[in-house]
Structures are given as structure tokens and as C-alpha cells.
Design a protein around this ligand. Structure first.
Ligand code: FES
Length: 578
């Protein structure tokens, strides 16, 4: 069963399953042959796993079985054997209490499936917010040759002749209804026009952000991040990716060869340049942890803060992913900013980022702006520290109101999301436009799962006055499609007794983005007194995965991975199954 062409090379991992002339080899081959695979499938050619997060419950991934067929064409053509396998799928808009609770669980599914089965390389097929990071986290902990094909964004949403963006316009329409500026009937009619093709959210939300960052990390072929889901060129890209993974196996080109510190730094720069999601912070930190790269929260501020946002996409700007692709996509953007990136970073093509994007042109300077006309000059994530966030908190200044980036106001405190929902629209709520809304109980352990509720909607009595933004602070995340002066990921979270837990109604808080500060104006003695009186809430989760998650999840500044999942166990399996 050994491959005569590969005699001098490292034997393929899959031969430990399919290359043995004994009882174990018989068992592994014989059962696989029930799918019509001929003898030569096991003669030492690369076995390629297609890790598919297809699910009809994850609408953004519902077309991935079809896309997998194109990957298979490429694998066969290059002399490999493709074997598609399902993994858990995380539908961002469908799962409760939040898809983020399950990101780490999905990563375990990906990791253990890759290690337990006899594959030599893997194509990750995914695309909703959490499926991309979960798949990469799992694959990094195995470190077999890996390449990504993303779902691709939906076509632009349309309503009454205008483009509307996933998520971003939901938040806008919803506030318009609450402020009496849009009828409920109009609101309901916008629903069908928003999601009118297969694919992921077509704003620069978390799914598009992560797909672009996959490209920046060097983990996909060029244009993977932006090609619309329904564009035939995505199917061609899937076909070419199938061919490329077979070559990667022969080259033994693994994630650890590509995902260096430099690659992550490029991804941080890219996140600023595209006006990307704040969720990328926790995801990149978690992926880096799996591949052994020492990436910290402060790297985000150090590397990304001065990078201009050139991509004029919602939620920060005007356009949508289709427009970004037609304007030249990610390769055109990176060429424009090549002086700020490490263009020598390696990629899945075994060629540098500079080489694979060379010659890429911009075809629409409204969408990918010139350097002298950025959408925002300094667009990175700002990391805020102070007595309210000793381990850090983040804000996306490009999505905030500039006048609110330096602000002192009185806290209006909500002890949890239910408290917020019960009181936010009550006439007696003691709030004005200068108040700071503070939400507790929404961190990784507290919710559990750190939901996207940090962009809490404003009180309707202020919306009716025409107020459109206020400072909001929480230990939650926010949707990548959201906007506003929103301080997120406060660590330690309130459920662990972090200072956020100690804020009381009427306390004064200062947000100082330029000085990177977040300060609660109470004395150290008062802080200590409140801390001594603080009692943790009893958890409702006593069994199953949620209990495991709560017991082991790390804080947002460490990527919210489970502590025992950090690092890699490699791809070796030492024992036979029979
Ligand atoms: Fe899946 Fe936005 S909900 S990509």
C-alpha cells in the first residue's frame, strides 16, 4: 500500500489507517469501501478531510454541502481522496443563549474528529461568526495541513430600492420603530429583503471580518474573504482549494508554519483597515493560544491603533461586501496598505502575502478609499484600563460618536439583561443623554457565553428626543454589525466580582479613549468596602457542557477559550481501535 512516489518522504499519516496489511488495515479499508472507493484510493495518496459545518439550522452555512462538491473535484484532480465529515454548526442568529457559548465545544469537535480519523490534511468549510474561529482553533490544536473555504457573504440586502445591511439595519429599523419613526408593518416587510440569497451577513460583521482575517492570516486562497456566496467564482475557488490542500500535504505545510506572530499582527492591522468586528479580538486571542503564539490584548492597541480604515462598509460606513469584492476585495486593500503590513508573511500558497496579492487593483475608490481619504484615520481597537477594567476593556472608536470618546457621566446600572429589559423603557428611569448605561452579568461565565448585548438599545424616551448614541459599558460582546460608543469585554467580568460588579446607580464614570482610561470615581476604601460586601450569584448550571464551560472558561482578555484547550496535542494517536 505504500506510495512509490513518496518513498523518500515522510510516510503519510493516513497510511497508519489504510496502509497496513493486517487486521487493522483490513478493517479501516474494508468499511470505507462500502462507499464505492476503489483499491487505489488507499495506495498512499493523500486523504483530505473536508470539515463541513453545513446545517440547515445555520442558514449562513446551509449551502456548504454543495460547495464541498467543488472542493472534492479539486482534491480528486490533484490525486488526493476527499472525505467530507460533519461537525457541530453554530447559527449565530438561531442559538440560545448565545452561539459563543458553543464556540469552544465546536472547536473540540473539530480537533477530536481531525485527530481520530485517518486524514493527512483538512479543508475547513464554514462561515457564520463562530464557525470560522472554532474550526481554526480546533485545527491549530492538531496542526495538520489546513486551508479554509468560507461560505461567502449574501448578496446586498434590498428594501424600497435601497441597499440594506445584515444586522446593521435591523438595529437601525428597530430603534426607528421604538422612536416612532417607522411602522411595524414596514419593519416586517424589510425582513425578507435583508436576507435574499445564501451566504453570511453581508455587512462587515463578524463573519465577514473573520473571513477577511483568514485571508490576512494567510490561511486561504486570495479573494476567499469577499467573493459572494452565490458567485460562480467561489465554486472555482473551492475547486482550486481542493487542489492546493493536496499540495500542502506533500509540502507538509501546517498552520504552525503560517500562523506566526507576524501573521496575527497582519490580521490585527487588517481588522482596523476593514473596520472589522470587536469580536475578532477574542477569536484571534483564542486561535493564537492554540498555535502557541503569545498574542495579548495590548498587541491590539499597539499594532492596530494607528491603522486607517479604508473600507467604507457598514456598520462603520456605507457599502456592503458585494461592493467590496467588486472593488478588488481584500487583495486590493492589502496592496494599498502594503507599507504597513509584513508582506513577507507565509501563506497556504507557500508564497508570501506580497506575492499572492501582487498586481491586485482597486476598481472603486469610494469603497476602498485612497490613503489620503480614509474612512477613519486611526481605526484600530482601543484597549481601556482603569479601576473599572483592571484586565482591560475594548472600544471600537471608528463605530463611536467622536464627541463621546471623552465623557464623564452618571451610571444607570442594570444588574443583568432581564433587569435592563424590564426597566429601559419605563418613564421613571432616571436617565438623560449624558448618563452612562452599565450592564452587568453578561461576561463569559455570567450569562454564560458572553452574548452580543453590549450595544444595548437606548431608552425610548431619549430616542424620542432624537438622541442616537450614549456611552454604554458592559462585560458583554456586541454584534460586529452594531455601532455606537460601546465599551465591551470588561475584565474581570462582574460575575467574578470584578469592579464592574461594584458600580452603583449614580456613580460617576469617566471614559477617556485618548488616554485609554475607564475610571469609576469612588475611593479605594469605598471600592474595598463594596467588594467585601459583594456576594456571588448562585449559578443555574450544574451539569453538562455549560457547567464545564463555566468552570473552565477564561476571561475575554485571554480569548475566552477553555483553560485546558490552550495549546496543541498534535496529530498522533498512539493506539489502535481494535
Ligand atoms: Fe451567520 Fe451573520 S448570522 S453570518
Amino acid at each position: 500500500m505504500s506510495d512509490t512516489n513518496n518513498k523518500d518522504k515522510k510516510p503519510l499519516r493516513s497510511q497508519q489507517w489504510y496502509g497496513k496489511l493486517d487486521k487493522d488495515g483490513f478493517i479501516h479499508r474494508s468499511w470505507m469501501k462500502n462507499q464505492g472507493l476503489p483499491d487505489h484510493s488507499f495506495d498512499g495518496r493523500p486523504i483530505i478531510g473536508i470539515c463541513n459545518s453545513w446545517s440547515e439550522l445555520t442558514p449562513c452555512n446551509a449551502h456548504l454541502r454543495e460547495l464541498a462538491e467543488y472542493v472534492k473535484r479539486g482534491v480528486w484532480e490533484a490525486g488526493g481522496v476527499p472525505l467530507e465529515f460533519p461537525v457541530m454548526s453554530l447559527g449565530e442568529t438561531q442559538m440560545k443563549p448565545t452561539a459563543m457559548l458553543f464556540r469552544n465545544l465546536m472547536s473540540m469537535d473539530v480537533e477530536e474528529s481531525m485527530r481520530a480519523y485517518g486524514m493527512d490534511g483538512v479543508v475547513l468549510l464554514g462561515g457564520c461568526d463562530k464557525t470560522t474561529p472554532a474550526q481554526l482553533m480546533g485545527a491549530c490544536s492538531v496542526d495538520l495541513p489546513t486551508i479554509v473555504v468560507s461560505s461567502g457573504p449574501m448578496l446586498n440586502g434590498k428594501y424600497r430600492g435601497k441597499d440594506i445591511g445584515s444586522g446593521t439595519d435591523v438595529w437601525k429599523f428597530s430603534e426607528a420603530v421604538r422612536g416612532g419613526k417607522m411602522s411595524l408593518d414596514e419593519f416586517m416587510r424589510a425582513e425578507s429583503g435583508m436576507s435574499r440569497s445564501r451566504g453570511t451577513c453581508m455587512t462587515m460583521g463578524t463573519a465577514s471580518t473573520m473571513a477577511c482575517l483568514v485571508e490576512a492570516l494567510g490561511m486561504s486562497l486570495p479573494e476567499n474573504g469577499t467573493l459572494p456566496a452565490v458567485d460562480a467564482r467561489r465554486q472555482a475557488l473551492a475547486h482550486m482549494t481542493g487542489g492546493r490542500i493536496v499540495e500542502m500535504v506533500k509540502e507538509d505545510l501546517k498552520p504552525s508554519d503560517i500562523l506566526t506572530k507576524s501573521a496575527f499582527e497582519n490580521a490585527i492591522r487588517a481588522n482596523a483597515a476593514i473596520g472589522g468586528s470587536t469580536n475578532a479580538v477574542v477569536h484571534l486571542l483564542a486561535i493564537a493560544g492554540r498555535v502557541g503564539v503569545d498574542l495579548t490584548l495590548d498587541d491590539w492597541d499597539r499594532i492596530g491603533a494607528d491603522i486607517p480604515c479604508l473600507v467604507d462598509l457598514m456598520p462603520s460606513g456605507r457599502f456592503l461586501m458585494e461592493d467590496f469584492h467588486y472593488a478588488g476585495g481584500f487583495p486590493a486593500l492589502i496592496q494599498r496598505l502594503s507599507h504597513l503590513f509584513d508582506m513577507s508573511a507565509n501563506t497556504v500558497c507557500n508564497a508570501s502575502l506580497g506575492e499572492i496579492t501582487e498586481g491586485a487593483e482597486c476598481f472603486n475608490e469610494e469603497v476602498i478609499r485612497p490613503l489620503d481619504k480614509p474612512l477613519r484615520a486611526n481605526a484600530g481597537i482601543a484597549v481601556l484600563r482603569g479601576n473599572l477594567s483592571p484586565q482591560g476593556a475594548i472600544i471600537k472608536p471608528s463605530a463611536a460618536t467622536p464627541e463621546l470618546l471623552q465623557h464623564t457621566g452618571k451610571a444607570v446600572v442594570f444588574e443583568n439583561i432581564e433587569d435592563y429589559k424590564a426597566r429601559i423603557d419605563t418613564p421613571e428611569l432616571d436617565v438623560d443623554k449624558d448618563s452612562i448605561l452599565v450592564l452587568k452579568g453578561c461576561g463569559p461565565k455570567g450569562y454564560p457565553g458572553m452574548p452580543e448585548v453590549g450595544n444595548m438599545a437606548l431608552p425610548s424616551k431619549l430616542l424620542e428626543q432624537g438622541i442616537t448614541d450614549m456611552v454604554r459599558i458592559s462585560d458583554a460582546r456586541m454584534s460586529g454589525t452594531a455601532f455606537g460608543t460601546v465599551v465591551l469585554h470588561v475584565a474581570p467580568e462582574s460575575t467574578m466580582g470584578g469592579p464592574l460588579a461594584l458600580v452603583q446607580h449614580g456613580d460617576e464614570i469617566t471614559l477617556d479613549v485618548e488616554g485609554r482610561g475607564l475610571h469609576l470615581h469612588i475611593s479605594d476604601e469605598e471600592m474595598a468596602r463594596r467588594k467585601a460586601a459583594w456576594q456571588p450569584e448562585k449559578s443555574d448550571y450544574h451539569r453538562g457542557y455549560a457547567k464545564l464551560y463555566i468552570d473552565h472558561v477564561m476571561q475575554a482578555d485571554q480569548g475566552a477559550d477553555l483553560d485546558f484547550l490552550v495549546g496543541s496535542s498534535g496529530s498522533k494517536v498512539s493506539r489502535e481501535s481494535h
